[in-house]
Design a protein around this ligand. Structure first.
Ligand SMILES: Nc1ncnc2c1ncn2[C@@H]1O[C@H](COP(=O)(O)OP(=O)(O)OP(=O)(O)O)[C@@H](O)[C@H]1O
Length: 246
């Protein structure tokens, strides 16, 4: 049996002449919180899509808990937040939570989901009337609904205000404290610094650094008291999405 929550073995994906993800090898241990960082276009969303089985890799394999992503999803073990994921038109926050709960074998209680996502006062609001940050909280509610073993979250706090971010990270902390696994991407580097056990830095579809926040600073050659932003820039400054040769 594979002990790893996520195992990416040499996955690659091209779009035309762009190598969005280039021979990526990554394992994520169960119970860890892993941040995926990288400049715009580094391949984070593409890698997460392949993790979830939404896009097949051109080469390599992606497994979750030792099986295919589709098997893990069917077993109700995976929750995900994707960038700008569309909602059912006309539905309310409560409707979409009930819809998500119906997809999973052991869903969380609706009130618990509403509380964890900070949506208790908005349960009857139509999704198309939500603000950007509120819609992001609704996506988080959808991801949490099935009480999954692994959360894969693409820029989960984008558009959230300060209070919503704090509530989000409190929910993630209690979720991870139960030994469950989180993989998230962000451009808010202090979030990775504070909440991730491990940071994977991507540039041009490849891993350029991987380790604890302290190890990332060491790889970048900066001191421990220097901001993670400085370390990140040192690691990724020279990178641009790789064009393949014709
Ligand atoms: N469907 C697509 N068609 C063509 N090119 C694509 C497609 N999806 C992604 N790309 C390209 O692949 C590269 C990686 O994109 P990806 O969205 O994975 O990056 P990202 O790290 O998530 O970026 P961001 O931080 O901006 O969200 C980029 O150069 C992007 O333009």
């Amino acid at each position: 049996m594979d002990d790893m929550a996520v195992r990416l073995t040499g996955i690659s994906r091209r779009f035309g002449s762009v190598r969005a993800v280039d021979d990526l090898h990554l394992t994520v241990e169960r119970g860890s919180v892993v941040a995926m960082l990288g400049p715009n276009g580094a391949g984070k969303t593409t890698a997460m899509s392949m993790m979830l089985g939404l896009a097949p890799p051109d080469t390599g394999t992606a497994t979750l808990f030792g099986g295919t992503p589709a098997e893990a999803i069917r077993a109700g073990r995976i929750g995900a937040m994707l960038q700008d994921g569309a909602f059912v038109p006309g539905a309310t926050v409560r409707d979409v939570i009930e819809l998500a709960r119906a997809l999973y074998p052991h869903p969380l209680d609706t009130d618990r989901i509403l509380t964890a996502a900070g949506l208790t006062g908005l349960a009857r609001r139509r999704l198309d009337k939500l603000s950007g940050g509120e819609a992001q909280r609704a996506r988080f509610a959808f991801a949490l609904a099935g009480d999954p073993d692994l959360l894969i979250l693409d820029e989960p706090t984008a558009a959230m205000d300060v209070a919503a971010r704090q509530a989000f990270w409190t929910a993630i902390r209690s979720y991870a404290a139960d030994g469950r696994t989180v993989v998230f991407s962000t451009h808010q580097l202090p979030e990775a610094d504070e909440y991730a056990d491990r940071i994977v830095v991507l540039a041009a579809g490849r891993i350029v650094a991987d380790g604890t926040p302290a190890q990332i600073r060491a790889t970048a050659g900066v001191r421990d008291d220097v901001s993670l932003d400085r370390a990140f820039l040192a690691l990724t400054e020279s990178s641009v999405a790789t064009e393949t040769e014709h």
